[in-house]
Design a protein around this ligand. Structure first.
Ligand SMILES: Nc1ncnc2c1ncn2[C@@H]1O[C@H](COP(=O)(O)OP(=O)(O)OP(=O)(O)O)[C@@H](O)[C@H]1O
Length: 237
């Protein structure tokens, strides 16, 4: 098991005058870690903290031992937001060559990441004319440039068909097997089953943390969805 990729201590964040994260303590290691929880519970905010783009009210976030957002982490951390981060008027390959230059990684990386996200047939197409799923994969390809050691993916499979979702999850596991710590947020419960570790958030707190099997066993549920409903209900009462 790798040393912790992320160490969070007493992290507090306020947004719009409300406490979104309150004294959160959390470590994230290797494998694929799933971040689940109701809309608005703070998943995106937590991810923004990991990449250093969120103003925090208190606490520390260390990524590979350095403060989140440090320059030295630029090549080590890949981040895909919910909004596509590629340029619509450039082709897939042009986007990737541009971001490769920004990151200072070699042009051969472009071919590798295009293959990884299965966009070889679309590499010379303008992103604005790709399907939603293809565009998401183009954003993911950007995040894979330079082989990041931590990949932070905010709902990467939203709007994708089931076949593509299965393919992407296989890719996440291949990346994790090769040593990248992968943090993925999701609303989709069957995706939760595919994670090595699950974090269930509610109102800015982690209310369950374990493997899918451990979480189901904890409340005697047969599936993750029932387990989460039981845990949320327990937490609310
Ligand atoms: N730009 C913003 N300004 C003020 N408050 C915000 C802003 N963005 C989010 N919030 C608030 O922060 C809280 C957490 O939002 P966040 O986006 O982290 O939730 P989430 O769990 O990722 O939700 P979803 O699953 O719907 O994406 C919410 O209560 C939301 O209203």
């Amino acid at each position: 098991m790798m040393k912790n990729a992320v160490e969070i201590r007493a992290l507090s964040v306020e947004r719009g005058g409300h406490a979104v994260l309150d004294q959160l303590d959390l470590t994230i290691g290797g494998g694929v870690t799933g971040l689940l929880g109701p809309s608005g519970c703070g998943k995106s905010t937590l991810m923004r903290c990991l990449v250093g783009v969120q103003k925090v009210a208190g606490g520390t976030v260390l990524v590979f031992g350095r403060p989140a957002g440090s320059r030295a982490l630029r090549e080590k951390v890949g981040y895909v937001t919910q909004a596509a981060s590629v340029y619509d008027d450039l082709t897939v390959a042009e986007n990737l060559r541009f971001f490769a230059r920004v990151l200072g990684v070699g042009p051969t990386e472009v071919d590798r990441v295009v293959e990884a996200v299965d966009l070889a047939a679309q590499r010379d197409q303008v992103v604005g004319r790709l399907s939603g799923g293809q565009r998401s994969r183009a954003s993911l390809a950007v995040a894979l440039l330079g082989t990041p050691e931590l990949l932070v993916l905010d709902e990467p499979t939203v709007g994708l068909d089931p076949v593509l979702r299965v393919d992407l999850w296989a890719l996440f596991h291949r990346l994790a097997d090769a040593g990248t710590a992968v943090l993925v947020s999701s609303h989709v419960m069957d995706e939760a089953e595919r994670c090595d570790r699950l974090l269930l958030m509610r109102e800015g707190r982690v209310i369950a943390d374990g493997t899918p099997a451990e979480i189901k066993e904890k409340v005697g549920a047969d599936d993750i969805e029932s387990a989460f409903l039981a845990i949320v209900h327990e937490d609310a009462s």
